[in-house]
Design a protein around this ligand. Structure first.
Ligand SMILES: [Zn+2]
Length: 195
């Protein structure tokens, strides 16, 4: 066996190192790791293959197609993971403990909780934490919450930290109303109007 394309030994090693980082930093799935390692092995084999036996040149090099395909795959699986996590994310009312899934929360008529002002959270001065308001239709309270997936506060419940609850007042309702009116969510407008 003769080494015809030494640079591909290097590519192979790069893919092996890449698979290690994909595993340790990005928690890549087994399929993604399998593909990256396969590309690494393919490069090593390619390094020893005789250029004379190559098929006629296509306008895309094989490496580029593999690169594009694995890039797309990584992107898709990352997005799928994020969506999966979001689907399972639940939010609870810190007062009455009623629980709702965040997924489609604003579209479900039966939702006991609503969140609003996602686009303009209250920002805590000391650390810049984004704090969002929520309303519980079940116990008619106003509460606040912030995302805390790593439980840095030591108080997070399923990745969310909750702050004080208080009885709903007119200002909470009118703030929430102006938000749902902007989004033209008729169902929530009606629910807020019955509070
Ligand atoms: Zn409640």
């Amino acid at each position: 066996m003769k080494l015809h394309r030494p640079s591909h030994i290097l590519f192979g090693i790069i893919f092996f190192v890449g698979s290690y980082f994909a595993y340790s930093i990005y928690n890549a799935s087994t399929i993604v790791l399998g593909i990256i390692i396969f590309i690494g092995i393919a490069n090593i084999f390619y390094a020893f293959s005789d250029p004379k036996e190559d098929p006629p040149k296509s306008k895309h090099t094989q490496g580029k197609i593999f690169y594009e395909a694995s890039k797309q795959y990584l992107k898709d699986s990352k997005e799928a993971n994020a969506q999966e996590n979001f689907k399972d994310q639940v939010i609870i009312c810190p007062k009455c403990k009623v629980e709702e899934k965040l997924y489609n929360l604003a579209k479900r008529k039966s939702s006991q909780l609503m969140i609003y002002n996602e686009n303009k959270p209250r920002i805590r001065a000391k650390d810049g934490l984004h704090i969002f308001p929520m309303i519980c239709f079940n116990c008619k309270t106003f509460s606040e919450f912030a995302s805390d997936p790593n439980d840095t506060s030591g108080k997070s419940i399923n990745g969310i930290e909750y702050f004080k609850s208080q009885k709903l007042n007119k200002k909470h309702i009118s703030d929430a109303l102006s938000y749902v009116k902007k989004n033209n969510n008729k169902m929530l407008i009606q629910k807020l109007n019955t509070l």
